[in-house]
Design a protein around this ligand. Structure first.
Ligand code: GDP
Length: 379
């Protein structure tokens, strides 16, 4: 099911397909249902659900992935019709983040998000059973007849999960303090810090490779991770720079992950420069830019306010340099449009090397403290 324009629906669906492939699935077919709001029963409506069942039979698919977040009831109802496993976008993204988490903090954050997602979905058995037992007169919701024997077990499970979540929250807080200390040590080393932000697959790793000659893994998959990676590298002109590749943005990030995501993004606040990489070949680069800037600005503002409270020191947020990548894959007319739209940006191709000299010059100017014009996200 989708709201929004056809182009938005297509972009979201192709990202969903890429996500599914990242998770190790083979994508067989896609189906879009356009309506004002999701069907309360089956999410896509019963007619479309029947159509989906046919697609499942024709393709031999063993799983249906929905581009959105379904209620547990919608998930169950849809599974009954299509007769294969149904998962939603949120579960898929959580799964990928779990697969890719390597640091202790990243793993803890993803576990916390998964439990948060699971908690309201635990009902399953207990509630549907007791609701049947309560009969029609009971109606929706709690009340008489909902306190079956199943409920006790669920209550215990819920309490256990809540306790585990509280413990994880405490651990994450401790790990965050350790990370803050590490960051301030890095910041005081005198080597310029460049934080790379942007959507997943915009070409952040490719650009870092092209700029530094370091062999960082580049994947044509949505490498979703909460772990920021930091690399000290020399630019071609010999200047030393510390690059931090932050989390890649994903469309419709599950709410359960937003907190973890933002906390990881705090890495950007201590940087001397934000290198904002945009995929020029994306159907809607402006939308991407806006979404990234909104979150980054929020995080910077929080850091500034927190910093002001901590030691009264004035905090200068890092300026942003916008880099439009993959220009080799953009039609000349679209490229002209983008250049007019984003006059301050540097246009490059990590693949062909086009524009990289320009980018190096700009980096040297900005990091060298030259008085060049840069955009500031936080006025
Ligand atoms: P990241 O997720 O932002 O780190 O993106 P990657 O660096 O892993 O690149 C994602 C995909 O885009 C890979 O398949 C790259 O080969 C491809 N890519 C990166 N830069 C360019 C470019 O300049 N042109 C084209 N056509 N593809 C690129």
């Amino acid at each position: 099911w989708t709201e929004g324009t056809a182009a938005q629906a297509d972009a979201s669906m192709s990202e969903l397909a890429a996500l599914a492939e990242t998770a190790g699935s083979q994508v067989l077919d896609g189906l879009i249902q356009r309506r004002d709001k999701p069907d309360p029963a089956t999410y896509i409506g019963s007619g479309k659900a029947d159509e989906l069942r046919t697609v499942v039979l024709d393709t031999g698919a063993d799983t249906v992935i929905c581009d959105g977040e379904l209620t547990p009831a919608q998930l169950n109802a849809l599974e009954k019709v299509v007769k294969v496993k149904v998962i939603d976008r949120t579960a898929l993204i959580l799964d990928i983040f779990a697969q890719h988490a390597t640091s202790r903090e990243g793993k803890a954050q993803v576990s916390l998000a998964q439990m948060e997602y699971m908690l309201p979905r635990l009902r399953g058995w207990g509630e549907s059973m007791s609701r049947q037992a309560g009969g029609r007169a009971g109606g929706a919701g709690g009340g008489v007849g909902t306190r079956g024997p199943g409920e006790t077990k669920i209550e215990t499970d819920r309490r256990r999960i809540r306790e585990r979540m509280a413990k994880l929250r405490r651990e994450i807080k401790e790990m965050k303090t350790a990370r803050d200390t590490k960051r301030s040590r890095r910041t005081s080393s005198g080597i310029p810090q460049v934080a790379i932000v942007g959507y997943t697959n915009a070409g952040k790793s490719s650009l870092m490779n092209a700029l530094t000659g370091a062999g960082i893994l580049v994947q044509d998959a949505l490498f979703a991770t909460l772990d920021p990676t930091t690399r000290r590298a020399a630019l071609d002109d010999g200047r030393e720079v510390v690059f931090t590749d932050t989390v890649g943005f994903v469309r419709h990030l599950p709410t359960q992950l937003v907190e973890a995501f933002r906390s990881t993004l705090e890495e950007v606040s201590g940087a001397d420069l934000l290198l904002h990489i945009v995929d020029g070949s994306d159907a809607m680069p402006e939308g991407q830019i806006k979404a990234v800037r909104e979150v980054v600005t929020d995080v910077l503002r929080e850091q500034r306010d927190a910093g002001a409270r901590r030691d009264g020191q004035a905090y200068t947020p890092p300026p942003e340099l916008l880099v439009v990548n993959k220009i080799d894959a953009v039609e000349p007319a679209d490229l002209a449009h983008l250049r007019a739209l984003l006059p301050g940006a540097v246009f490059v191709s990590a693949r062909t090397g086009a524009g990289l000299t320009d980018l190096r010059d700009r980096l040297a100017e900005i990091l060298g403290g030259l008085d060049v014009e840069v955009s500031v996200l936080l006025p």
